[in-house]
Write a protein that binds this ligand. Sequence first.
Ligand code: HEC
Length: 447
Amino acid sequence: MIKSHAKILVLMTLAGGSSMANAGTFPDFGFAPPKSEYSGPAFQLSQNYPTTAPGAASMPAFFKILPTTRSNDFETWRAYMEGVKQYCLEGNAETNWNVQKNAVRQWYHMPWQHYGPSGREGIHGLTREAPIQPKQLAHTQLESGQTYAVGIYNDIGAFTIGQVWKDPQNPDPSFTSKPKSFPNGTVVCKALYADIDVNSVPSLANPLLLDAYTAVTFTSTDRVVKKVALIQMDIAVRDSRVSETGWLFGTFQYNGIDKSKGDWENLVPVGIMWGNDPEVTSSEFTNPTPTETKINPALKQTAINANTKELPPTHLGWNGRLNGPVDNPQASCLSCHMTAEYQQLAIMNPTFQANPPAPGTEEWMKWFQNIPAGQPFTPGTQSTDYSLQLSAALANFYDWKCNHSGVYADGKNACEKIVPLKLMKASNAPQDEVQKVQRSPELEDLE
Ligand code: HEC
């Protein structure tokens, strides 16, 4: 089966085909809405990953406007962030990210996000992300809610995804781990949607609404087609000029106040970060239920938009490091993402365990270092280079392959039987210490 598949792929390459993982190699979604609730087009995974490294012509134009000095004054970043935003939206906004229809440039999805109780739904490919706590988005928001999201990679990043998954039965994370990494110019954009009473959140006035086949409530196993509202857009850019980590992570928040309609242009910048400020250990700017945005001037590797007319009050991350409105106020973008590794032995945040260390202690600060691109958080594992979708994809694949394909009479599973599936275990990994790769620890309770 696997062999004949490989043969077909070789023939295609010889025939001059430019892509290898054609539609049909990886499943598109895990949750198909019933016809009685939804009759529109189904989500399709964009999986024709480039087989040759995209050339200089693919380099995003905004690369030229990276500020030469990295200041915590957001105004020095405004043009850059606007450039990234337009790059993510061009050709995508008009189709609500039906990326195969993008006439400007190609975008691709990470495989293996369809799997499990939070896997992709069948309308827009959204995965279940996190609960929204009462008052997290605004003081008037008294009910809880949930978030759903979809991420897309440009051709430069997708080339690497294609390398990792070249053999769909034997993924190889060495392509993202030292000395390798995602190449310069990799861009990832991620749209996040809220299932919440939009009338309780002032900034969700004139919402941009989408159909999604979501869980009825965050903890429910029942699904229903609902309208969800665009709330946040995350971006990640690989740029080796950024000496702290080699990555820039930024986010935009929806603000429809004084606007006339639901529009992608209503996304306003929250900020950008390129390092975790490992020296700053105090906590006084942490702000989980915000009535104002508290900008911490001590942080030198995060720049937050100080324009309060534009940016609604938002909680940010630990001690004012960058995080979005639907993110954990004890974390930061880079803090979570630098733990991305295979096998995933690290937890993503110090609070995701019993008896967490006190904020600012040496143990806590392990999650606020600056780790270079491609270097794993846990020694002995392989880095998935800040991609938590890739580490989750690998974990999902091996869970399916090894544990869900049955057990042999001698007590072994498929991976113990088939030698090529060698990546199942990192050399130093006891199986029971492997972490789930998910934005919110509450998702553990769903399984
Ligand atoms: C609590 C941990 C956590 C925090 C904080 C967090 N993320 Fe993520 N992020 C995840 C996980 C888990 C995934 C993979 C699954 C998914 O797509 O939801 C992810 C996926 C992404 C992706 C898709 C690419 C990838 O595979 O990594 C981007 C881009 C991204 N996040 C950007 C951001 C930005 C920007 C911020 C800060 C504003 C942020 N994230 C904060 C956990 C986190």
